[in-house]
Design a protein around this ligand. Structure first.
Ligand code: PLP
Length: 422
């Protein structure tokens, strides 16, 4: 008993200033869209536990597959060995990835997936004797918390202690339609003045920035220009991957395909940590050589962990199933109807939706982790809905399997907030 007390003794939580943060809420169980707390409270998981548990928590189809895998092969070194779950995952994933993706490199999480994407882009040029050391990224992008990932993230508001150690990065604004031509001329100028190795971007939706969405034609043009200049395009689909945008990957909305794709989060359906960096044949070929030093000398101990691969294979099976595709269409329609309801509210602005991702901003200035933001969060939690406002942005990214009753409760709690609070 008293999990909170025991927690505080030895644990240090992520993204938490312990001196001023409220106590962590002990969760004892999760099923479907519901998180069950120790004190008997229940919360609808309106953000799928950071966009991972897209097929619902403790999904029996997935956990059954993982349990079976655990009894057969738990872990083996992936340098020099291979196994069915890794091979099968590569076959199933290649079927749904953009057509140019050919090779999969395993890792542990979203940050390492992007870290490796950056390393591939830099070494691609290095291997050919070209010194290109600059990465290009979007303003306000988020790509993770390791050094390379932090460097390219524009959202590094709390990274002051590390900034002197960052890799060299230049930034462009996201294309919003009306500013496309300015972004393109800025890009062309930057290309002429810098030795840019790669461009890393969250395609169409910038998650951590507050589910900010941008223009597909503009992004496509950026990718075209980058590829013409042999700048390696690294799509960070850690958040957008696996059906959330209404297509399997956000890159499916674009005619120009990325050279490299970074995956994690929903990859393993919320069950186990794993990341993947995939790439085209052109990237792989630049490392394929008689010289050992031209290889990618990067490796994580748990690369291609068989139970994690089993979770990913089961997740893909669900994703492509008619049932989940129907659920996705249902959630999309439901969000559209909710959007109609709140669109004229005076405090609601910048409404946006792509697939099952729905977001809007509250027309008030708020700090990212400020007081008002914390009040909104408390309102949701007090009413049994786990939504995590990003500054003044409220967003919903519930599991594909969320029920209409659960969605209606999320909507109701938001409407209640708009009417009572603001
Ligand atoms: C969450 C996220 C990451 C980092 O993933 P971790 O598993 O938390 O390291 C990277 N990129 C994007 C777009 C993300 O949403």
């Amino acid at each position: 008993m008293n999990l909170v007390f025991r927690d505080q003794k030895h644990l240090w939580h992520p993204l938490t200033q312990h001196k001023i943060s409220p106590e962590a809420i002990p969760i004892v169980k999760a099923k479907g869209s519901i998180l069950y707390a120790e004190d008997g409270s229940q919360y609808i998981d309106g953000i799928s536990s950071w966009y991972t548990a897209m097929y619902g928590h403790c999904n029996e189809f997935i956990s059954g597959r993982v349990a079976a895998q655990m009894q057969n092969l738990d872990q083996v070194v992936f340098s020099g060995f291979t196994h069915e779950p890794a091979v099968k995952l590569s076959e199933e994933l290649i079927k749904i990835l953009p057509g140019n993706q050919q090779k999969l490199f395993f890792n542990d999480n979203g940050s390492t997936a992007t870290e490796i994407g950056i390393k591939m882009a830099l070494q691609y040029h290095y291997n050919q004797g070209n010194r290109r050391n600059v990465m290009l990224a979007f303003e306000e992008g988020f790509h993770g918390d390791t050094f390379g990932a932090m460097s390219v993230s524009g959202l590094s508001v709390y990274n002051g202690a590390f900034e002197e150690h960052f890799i060299e990065v230049i930034r462009i604004p996201v294309p919003l339609g009306k500013n496309n031509s300015e972004v393109i001329s800025q890009l062309e100028m930057l290309i002429s003045e810098n030795d840019i190795a790669g461009f890393i971007y969250e395609p169409l939706v910038q998650g951590a920035a507050g589910m900010k969405m941008h223009n597909a034609e503009g992004l496509n043009e950026i990718l075209n220009i980058c590829q013409k200049n042999d700048i390696i395009c690294v799509a960070d689909e850690v958040m957008t991957g696996f059906g959330k945008t209404g297509k399997y990957f956000a890159s499916d909305y674009l005619a120009t395909k990325p050279d490299i794709i970074c995956l994690s989060k929903a990859l393993t359906a919320g069950l186990l940590p794993m990341g993947l960096t995939t790439c085209s044949q052109k990237i792989y070929d630049a490392f394929y050589d008689d010289k050992i030093s031209k290889g990618l000398f990067h490796g994580h101990t748990y690369s291609a962990n068989p139970p994690a691969c089993a979770a990913a294979i089961a997740g893909i099976e669900l994703l492509v199933s008619e049932e989940i595709q129907q659920n996705i269409r249902k959630v999309i329609k439901s969000h559209q109807a909710f959007d109609e309801k709140i669109k004229d509210h005076p405090k609601v602005t910048n409404r946006r939706q792509l697939g099952v991702i729905y977001a809007f901003d509250i027309n008030l200035k708020m700090d990212r982790y400020g007081n008002l933001r914390n009040q909104l969060y408390k309102h949701f939690m007090d009413n049994g809905v786990f939504l995590r406002p990003l500054g003044n942005t409220i967003y919903i990214l519930a599991p594909f399997t969320v029920s209409q009753t659960e969605l209606d409760k999320i909507y109701h709690v938001i409407e209640d907030l708009l009417d009572k609070f603001l």
